[in-house]
Design a protein around this ligand. Sequence first.
Ligand code: TYM
Length: 349
Amino acid sequence: MLSGIRSTGNLHLGNYYGALRKFVAAQDHFDCNFFIADLHSLTTNPDPDALHANVKSILAEYLAAGLDPEKSTIFIQSDVPEISEMYLLLNMHVGIGELMRTVSFKDKARKMLGIAPSDSESDEEIEKQIVGNDTGKRVNAGLLTYPTLMAVDILIQKATKVPVGKDQLQHLELTRRFARRFNSFYGVDFFPEPTDFSFGGAPVKVPGLDGSGKMGKSEGNCIYLIDEPKALRKKVMRAVTDEGPTAPNSPMSQPVENLFSLLELTSTPEVATQFRNAYNDCSIRYGDLKKQLAEDILAVTTPIRERVADIMADEEYLRKVVARGAEKARERAARTLADMRQIMGIRKF
Ligand code: TYM
C-alpha cells in the first residue's frame, strides 16, 4: 500500500477523511508506505522556506494522527532520487494529449491563467485557451506532467493498493494505463496495476464550508486539523446555509447537504438522523446543527492538535523517522529503477 499528500499547507478535514484516517487504519494490515509529496508541490513555485516548513508540519501531523514509523515506511518524496529518474523514463511513454485532458490539469492551469471555468467548452476549446493564452502568465510543464510523477510514486514501489480521496481517482486510472502501456510496449509483466483501496469505507469527497463541493487548501473553505477550538467553532458557525425548509421533506440545497455530509463523517449515526428528521419536519435550527458539528469535529481534531506541537519540537526524532523511511523506500525504488533501465535498453557494457 502506498499513498502521499502534497506539502502545500496544513492538513484539513478533506485530507483526513479522504486519506490520512485510512492510512492509520491500514497500518496493522498491510506493508504500508506513506510519503510527503514535496516534488508535487513545486508545481506552484512555493517560497523555499514555506515549502520546507510545510514538509515538517505535515510530517508532524502524520505522526500526531497516528502513523507509526514502527509499522509504516514514512518518507519524503525528494529523499528518493530514483523517483526523479524514473519520472524522466516514464514520460517517454506518456502522451501530452492525455495529460492535457486530465481534469486536475485543466482546473489548475485555468486557475494559474485566471481563466474562468465554463461547462459548455469542449476539451479542444480549453486546450486552446491554455496553449494560446495571452494573459502573460505561464503554466509550467511540471503541472502538465503531474500525473506521470504520481504514477512513478506508485509504480516505483510496485504498490497495488492506493488509498485516496475521490479527486485522485482519475490520476490512478492514468497510472494503470501507463503501467499497461509500458508492459505491453516492452512485452513484460513488470508493473502491477494499482487500484484505489479505501480501507474502512469508500472514497469520499469532503465538502467545503462555503457551500462548494470540495474542501481544498486553495479554496479557502477548510477546517484544519490544527485549528484552535475558538477559531474552528467560528468557522463552522459561519458556514453557508439557506433560509431553511418551508415544506416537509424538501430537497436540500448544496450548502445544507454539505453540512449534513460533514455531520455524517464526524458524528454518530443517531445524531445525524436526529438532524435529518428535524430538517424533514421543518423544525431544524441550523445554529444547533452547527454547534453540534463543531463539537464533533473538535472531538476528532483535538487529540491530533495537542500532539502536533510536541512532535514538531523534537527535530531529532523527525530526522530519524524520515532517514529510516528514505532508506527503506530507496531500497525498493532502486531495484525497480535498475530493472526498468535494463528493460528499456539502458545497459552496462
Ligand atoms: P493532495 O495533497 O491534494 O491530497 C491528499 C489526499 O487528500 C485527499 N483529499 C480529499 N479527500 C476527500 N475530500 C476532500 N475535500 C479532499 N481533499 C483532499 C486526496 O484525494 C488525497 O488522497 N496527487 C496527490 C498526492 C500524491 C499521491 C501520490 C497520492 C502524489 N503522489 C501517489 C497517492 C499516491 C494529491 O495532490 O493529493
